[in-house]
Design a protein around this ligand. Structure first.
Ligand code: COA
Length: 338
């Protein structure tokens, strides 16, 4: 994989994560229910992926609604009011509409009428791409705060007749509020982003854009749903997340032993185990919740971060590593001192 020329340089003004939030829909879809839809089994899904169930949004429940719910919780924890928000970035590949950006709907829902709002499309790495953009924007003095959100309604873009993909994905949202850092708590120590567009075909939604517009024929062929070469993606995911983890730790001047918790993208337990093994990380230092939610793409790291934060898995002073990988291909990592 080509390495990007330059990214993730440290901004002069430190930036911290001041609050986290998440939201998942009430509806739980178990592996057993999928047995009625496609030729699969609870045993296959659990043993090959680690996923036991996922959340499915209600019909009228959109990515923007989930994003706003997660953002509200993050804002409350950070003590920032909706009308004080200056920047909203929503990372998603399942926007409510092609245009305007889902972040615009979130702005309205939050009453954040002074905020600049836009989306980032970097698939499962999107939340960490948003983190990097927002921290540089705050460090540069362009904004005093930011709400970053990873939110997905993947159930609307899954081919429910394809067992290779439909068992993997779920819906949900996670958010974080970023502020300039007056002390060390929650400070982002380092980050790293990368992209390899040469592998774009491995994981995509081929239809619905200008290249393959929505027509009755294209809909019939289910071209506006997720398509993936799972085995290839698996290999790239392990290599890219291992390298991205090492780069972020190196930039932060830390070794694996100094990391209290790793929060990886939640796609497949076998991918997470392979990365942990390569990085020499004991299982108790790796946060996993994909058994409950499946792969929620841009939302996955954000939901996991919020759960780790609120459950006390992260303590003040802990150094945590966030790492993600997704379609693009894209990858991203960050080290945060809590
Ligand atoms: N139930 C039962 N059998 C299934 C199945 C399912 N849901 N999905 C695939 N299979 C079958 C395949 O058809 C294949 O059968 P065959 O040997 O008769 O051809 C067999 O299981 C093995 O398929 P393979 O694709 O090699 O399985 P795998 O071990 O690679 O696991 C994934 C498949 C998708 C779980 C795995 O490749 C993966 O997790 N890839 C990365 C996914 C990912 O991370 N995506 C998002 C990136 S952000």
């Amino acid at each position: 994989m080509a390495s990007p020329s330059q990214n993730g340089s440290d901004p002069p003004q430190p930036v911290r994560i001041a609050g986290t939030g998440s939201y998942v829909p009430d509806r739980i879809m178990t592996n057993r229910e999928l047995e009625d839809l496609v030729e699969t089994s609870d045993d296959w899904i659990t043993s090959r992926t680690g996923i036991r169930e996922r959340r499915i949004a209600a019909e009228g429940e959109l990515t923007s609604h989930m994003a706003a719910a997660a953002a509200r919780r993050a804002l409350e924890q950070a003590g920032v009011k909706g009308d004080e928000v200056e920047l909203i970035i929503v990372a998603t590949i399942t926007p409510d509409t092609i245009t305007p950006a889902t972040a615009c709907y979130v702005q309205q829902e939050l009453g954040a009428l002074r905020a600049v709002a836009f989306d980032v499309s970097a698939a499962c790495s999107g939340f960490l791409y948003a983190l990097e953009i927002a921290r540089h924007a705050i460090a540069a003095g362009a904004f005093r705060n930011a709400v970053i959100v990873g939110a997905e309604k993947l159930s609307a873009f899954v081919n429910w007749t394809d067992r290779n993909t439909c068992v993997l994905f779920g819906d949900g949202a996670g958010a974080a509020v970023l502020l300039p850092s007056e002390d060390h708590h929650g400070r982002i120590l380092s980050s790293h982003l990368g992209t390899d567009g040469a592998q774009a075909e491995l994981l995509n939604i081929p239809g619905g854009g200008a290249a393959c517009p929505i027509t009755p024929d294209n809909v019939e062929k289910r071209l506006a749903t997720l398509a993936m070469q799972g085995r290839e993606v698996f290999k790239h995911a392990v290599n890219a997340m291992r390298r991205a983890s090492e780069t972020a730790m190196e930039k932060a001047g830390l070794t694996t032993g100094e990391i209290a918790l790793v929060i990886p993208h939640q796609a497949n337990l076998r991918i997470i185990d392979a990365i942990a093994e390569r990085l020499n990380l004991p299982a108790e230092k790796v946060f996993v919740n994909l058994d409950k939610y499946g792969n929620t793409s841009a939302a996955a790291v954000a939901i996991a971060l919020d759960e780790a934060n609120r459950s006390g898995r992260i303590r003040t002073g802990d150094r945590i590593l966030l790492v993600a990988f997704g379609a693009g291909l894209t990858w991203a990592s960050a080290v945060v001192e809590w």
